[in-house]
Design a protein around this ligand. Structure first.
Ligand code: KG4
Ligand code: ZN
Length: 337
C-alpha cells in the first residue's frame, strides 16, 4: 500500500511516499527556518503563506522522486493536529482536495503520533508496547505506547516544552533561532560543572517544568554582566543541556521501570540532541532496556513519519471525510476528527 503523506503543522512543508507503513520511497522537506529566524521565532501568518506557495511543488517532487503518479497512490495521510492552525489548514485542505478528486481515502494523523512513528521507519522489527519520551518545540511527554494507535500519556510539561526551553535559553545566550542545535554544538567544548542550575520539582513525578530553569539562565547572564564579568557561553550551554537531559532521563527511566518496560524510544525535534541520546542510551544499558531513536533526518518535522503512522491509523479504520478540520491542540491519547 502506497501512502502519500503531507505535513504542514509549523514551519516545514513536507510530503513523502511510504510503502506498507515501513518503507520510505521518497521524502521531501521544504524548510522556512531562514525567514522565521529574522523574527526570532515562527511567524504564523508567514508560515501559512509559505506553505501555500510550496505545497504543490513539494508534493510533485515527492511523487517524482518515488517514480509514481498521483493516481497510483492508495491513500493520502495528513497531519491535522496539533500545530499552528493556519499552517495545518493548508496541508489539510490540499489533502482533502486531492483525496476527493482521486477518490482515495483520507487519513488524519496526529502530529505527535507521527513523531513517535519515525522510529518504525528507522527500526524494522520495532513494535509496541514500549515507553516513549516525546520532546519537541511544543511537547514534552512521557507516553506509554500500548499499540500503534493506543497511547497513554503519563506525564507532560506543566509550562515550557523542552525544545521551547532550549530555544529561549539559546536566545538569552545570543544564539539564532531555533537555538537547540546551537546549544548542543556549544556544549561540546564547555565545562558542564561550571554553573549551578536548578532542577524544578513537579507535583506529579512524571511531569516536567522548564520555565524556572530558563529564568535561572537569564538571571545568571544578567548578574554576571552586571558584575562586569564575561559569561562563558559554551559552559553555560553545557550546564543547561546537562540539566535538561538529566531531568528528562531521570523521570522517563523511572516511568519505564515502574511500568516494567523493556523497550524505550525517543522522538521529536529534541531527540536530535547529542546529550539526550547519550544519556538515554547509557541509562537503557544500565537497566537492561532496548533503546530506539530515529536518525537525525527523521527527528525534526517531516512527512515520512506522518505516512508511517497514517498506515497504522488506516489499518485501525481511522478515515476522515471531506469535513476534516485542523486543530491547534488535541490530546495524543484521544484523537477526534
Ligand atoms: O519536532 P520539531 O521539529 O517541531 C515541533 O513539532 O515542535 O522540534 C523543533 C525543536 C526546536 O525547539 C529545536 O530547537 C529543537 O527541536 N532541536 C534541538 C536540537 N535540534 C532541534 N534541541 C536540542 N538539541 C538539538 N540538537
Ligand atoms: Zn514536530
Amino acid at each position: 500500500m502506497d501512502i502519500l503523506a503531507i505535513e504542514s503543522s509549523c514551519d516545514e512543508t513536507a510530503a513523502a511516499i511510504i510503502r506498507d507503513g515501513r518503507e520510505m520511497i521518497s521524502s521531501v522537506v521544504a524548510t522556512q527556518i531562514e525567514e522565521h529566524r529574522l523574527y526570532g521565532g515562527v511567524v504564523p501568518e508567514i508560515a501559512s503563506r509559505r506553505h501555500c506557495e510550496s505545497i504543490c511543488g513539494v508534493v510533485n517532487e515527492a511523487l517524482e522522486k518515488a517514480g509514481i503518479s498521483a493516481s497510483d497512490i492508495d491513500a493520502i495521510a495528513v497531519s491535522f493536529a496539533p500545530g499552528l492552525v493556519g499552517a495545518l489548514l493548508v496541508g489539510v485542505n490540499f489533502a482533502k482536495g486531492l483525496a476527493f478528486s482521486l477518490n482515495k481515502p483520507l487519513i488524519p494523523v496526529h502530529h505527535i503520533r507521527g513523531h513517535i512513528a519515525a522510529n518504525y521507519l528507522a527500526h524494522n522489527g520495532f513494535e509496541p508496547p514500549y515507553m516513549c519520551l516525546v520532546v519537541s518545540g511544543s511537547h514534552s511527554h512521557i507516553v506509554n505506547v500500548k499499540s500503534y494507535t493506543e497511547f497513554e500519556t503519563l506525564g507532560r510539561t506543566i509550562d515550557d516544552a523542552a525544545g521551547e526551553a532550549f530555544d529561549k535559553a539559546a536566545r538569552a545566550m545570543g544564539f539564532p533561532y531555533p537555538g537547540g542545535i546551537f546549544i548542543d554544538n556549544a556544549s561540546k567544548t564547555g565545562d558542564s560543572s561550571k554553573y549551578k542550575l536548578p532542577k524544578p520539582h513537579t507535583p506529579n513525578p512524571y511531569d516536567f517544568s522548564f520555565s524556572g530553569l530558563k529564568t535561572a539562565v537569564i538571571n545568571l547572564i544578567h548578574n554576571t554582566e552586571q558584575r562586569g564579568e564575561e559569561v562563558d557561553v559554551n559552559s553555560l550551554a553545557a550546564c543547561f543541556q546537562k540539566t535538561v537531559c538529566e531531568m528528562l532521563t531521570e523521570k522517563f527511566i523511572a516511568a519505564a521501570l515502574e511500568n516494567n518496560c523493556k523497550k524505550i524510544a525517543l522522538a521529536g525535534g529534541v531527540a536530535a540532541n547529542s546529550g539526550l541520546r547519550g544519556e538515554l542510551s547509557a541509562a537503557a544499558e544500565k537497566h537492561g532496556m532496548e533503546f530506539f531513536v530515529p536518525p537525525l533526518s527523521l527527528c525534526g518535522d517531516n512527512a515520512a513519519m506522518i505516512g508511517c503512522q497514517g498506515y497504522y491509523e488506516f489499518k485501525a479504520g481511522n478515515i476522515a471525510g471531506t469535513d476534516l478540520n485542523a486543530y491547534a491542540t488535541m490530546s495524543l491519547d484521544e484523537v477526534n476528527f
